[in-house]
Design a binder for this molecule. Sequence first.
Ligand code: CUA
Length: 390
Amino acid sequence: MIECRGAAPRPGAPVQPGETRIVRTKLRWLFAFAGAALLLGACGLSDPSQSTLDGVAGPVAQKQKDLFLGVFWVAVAVFVLVEGGILLIMIRYRHRKGQDRMPAQTHGNTRLEVGWTILPTLVLAGVMVPTVGLLWDLARDPGPDALRVTVEGHQWWWSFVYTGEDMRVDYGDGGPITVADVMVIPEDTDVWLTLQSVGGGAKDADGVTDFKVIHSFWIPELGGKQDVVPNRTNHLLLHGSEPGTYEGNCAEFCGLQHGRMRARVVVLTADEWAAWVEHQKQPAAQPTGAAARGLGIFMNGPAEGVQACVSCHSIGGIADGPPNIAPNLTHFADPTHECFTGCTWEADDLDALRAWLRDPDAARLGSKMPDYGLTEEQIDDLVALLTILE
Ligand code: CUA
């Protein structure tokens, strides 16, 4: 940018010799920045996909993509016109040898000023109509046919509570089906999410609590992102048209493990969904052998005077803990529960599961799961328990 110091030069005033050099230096910086931005913008992993433009798998994400592309092409047209005009004027009216007088200045041209105020206003107003229309469209509760799920953001994992009347479990006091890390939904169904930030229940060994902080829930291929704000209830509409697995993550910095607060959505066919719901309503499998020893540790703690896993976690029907302070483990080994601990690790990575139980803070800095000093035998028994919880 060329700075104007003091008053604008008078028409006919001589060009200062230093000005051309300053412009050249600034242009060089500008090109360097633009180049770096393009280069760094290309960084990223395409697998697993978390693109809002690629692999869109439902009408919500599709409408958002269409709107984005519409606004994008309007912006491209504006960019080409404005930048093209600048280039044209720069070249056509550039300084030429032997021309040592300032050209006439157009500052204060009322017609131009009014024109370039009104024109952008009209463009923005035009873009606003479909934008606000879609915002309103997607902010509406889709009605009784929608699946209703409350998404709870913890430090640092997601919990999914199915709040529909027909989504209550068949044991205990008949609470809602509750899962962690992976949300399972049926295909071709509107899913109306209620988003809440939860915290304060779990504490690590140093007494540091699971704070209520701002998270943001985002599954790019199924729909837009929405902030999850303490003491406020937000909503988000998702819709998956094709069965499959969709990746997502927390999109708002929420503490040490924000980068590993992932989520996954598994979209099932209607039949698979019905079977999944029926299975989730059942209590956990009855453990025997090593798994039964694991249940003993889970219920009574690894040693005298040490808290037990059940003070935060719940295994429905066989070890009922508080409802949702830590991930519900009732069907931990169900095939749809593909990953655990904020989807930091895949479900079949038993070495990671052992390392996590051995020293939670080392596996995941700042973790709210305390280190209870489990022995290797106790870890084996707990892993045996977790892996039979289908
Ligand atoms: Cu939760 Cu970032």
